[in-house]
Design a protein around this ligand. Structure first.
Ligand code: MLZ
Length: 318
């Protein structure tokens, strides 16, 4: 009980280590490493959110709990085993009416049909309150990238990061593009910031002597050739690509959401990196808990994020 409070500066000094600099997060997310405003959400409020496991879907969700700058969201009408955490300043949560206003299809609560579903009638029926618009970081809806919907490119499959595949931009919101893999179902779809190195121009694999995964449906032995494919499709303009490397390097200290128990934020070290991911080691814990996360994961934060956002931080085990 008389344990001293964890202090990052003491920990870094003791370990002769450096925190991951804010610039890493700024490059990955195109904004500051710390939230710019407080968390104004309240438990019970309704909103629209990208389903983290089916990212081409935007669903009606409600806030079931909060911790500091993080929200735990519940898919309306679905079992709570699908609940998930997001940051209150996530670019992937929107006020009710976002889909309607921007011509997107809102995935309705379980049991409702997408065509006839009216979120306003639902909130009235359920006695729920939509989260006010100023809870959200001002979502720039306009396309701020040089990509266009339907552009073809080569993209890393987040679920199989050794694969770079034939892909299409299927939606754009502000700085973010939604990637779909040609011929595959939407399970692999994901949102990436347009400056991410997950997305590469046509010809990148060839130039880098990597194998390009063709669209599903290409028969074994059939050769995929962009030239032929692009007779019917348009390639993304080469100046749309920035392809920033992620900037993490081994030894950098971070605060990381424990993927096994995502209510917990822990003191951790970047143990290893590859082109797209970082291997996280929890300070003081056995290596067996080390975990690979996408470098642009919204669960990675610089030292000090917890204290600035009023979130508990699990100190190193000792
Ligand atoms: N072996 C895996 C690879 C899927 C890769 C999809 N890339 C878009 C499978 O067949 O499921």
């Amino acid at each position: 009980a008389n344990r001293r409070r964890f202090m990052w500066n003491e920990h870094l000094e003791r370990e002769k280590a450096q925190g991951a600099p804010g610039s890493v997060f700024r490059i990955l997310h195109n904004r500051g490493p710390y939230p710019e405003s407080e968390n104004r959400f309240r438990v019970g409020q309704l909103l629209e959110a990208v389903d983290p496991n089916h990212q081409s879907m935007i669903c009606l969700v409600s806030v079931v709990s909060m911790c500091g700058h993080r929200l735990r969201l519940h898919f309306e009408g679905y079992p709570s085993c699908f609940n998930f955490w997001v940051n209150a300043d996530s670019p992937f949560i929107f006020p009710c009416g976002f889909c309607e206003r921007t011509g997107r299809t809102l995935a309705p609560p379980c049991g409702y049909d997408a065509q006839g579903f009216r979120w306003r009638a639902y909130t009235d029926e359920m006695g729920l309150h939509p989260a006010p618009g100023d809870n959200f970081v001002a979502t720039e809806i306009k396309n701020k990238t040089k990509f266009e919907v339907n552009d073809k490119l080569e993209a890393v499959d987040r679920k199989h990061p050794t694969l770079t595949c034939v892909a299409t931009v299927i939606d754009i919101i502000g700085d973010y593009i939604l990637i779909h893999f040609d011929g595959w179902d939407s399970d692999y779809d994901y949102w990436a910031i347009s400056t991410s190195n997950y997305v590469r121009p046509i010809g990148w694999c060839k130039e880098n002597e990597k194998e390009l995964s063709p669209p599903l449906g290409f028969a074994e032995g059939e050769v995929f050739d962009w030239k032929t494919y692009l007779r019917d499709h348009k390639a993304a303009e080469s100046d749309a690509f920035v392809c920033n490397p992620h900037g993490f390097s081994p030894g950098m200290r971070v605060e990381v959401v424990d993927q096994r128990n995502p209510v917990l934020l822990r003191v951790a070290t970047v143990a290893e990196v590859d082109d797209y991911r970082v291997k996280i080691h929890f300070d003081g814990w056995s290596d067996m808990y080390d975990d690979w996360l996408d470098a642009d994961s919204s669960d990675l934060h610089p030292p000090g994020w917890a204290s600035r956002t009023n979130h508990p931080l699990q100190p190193p085990l000792r």
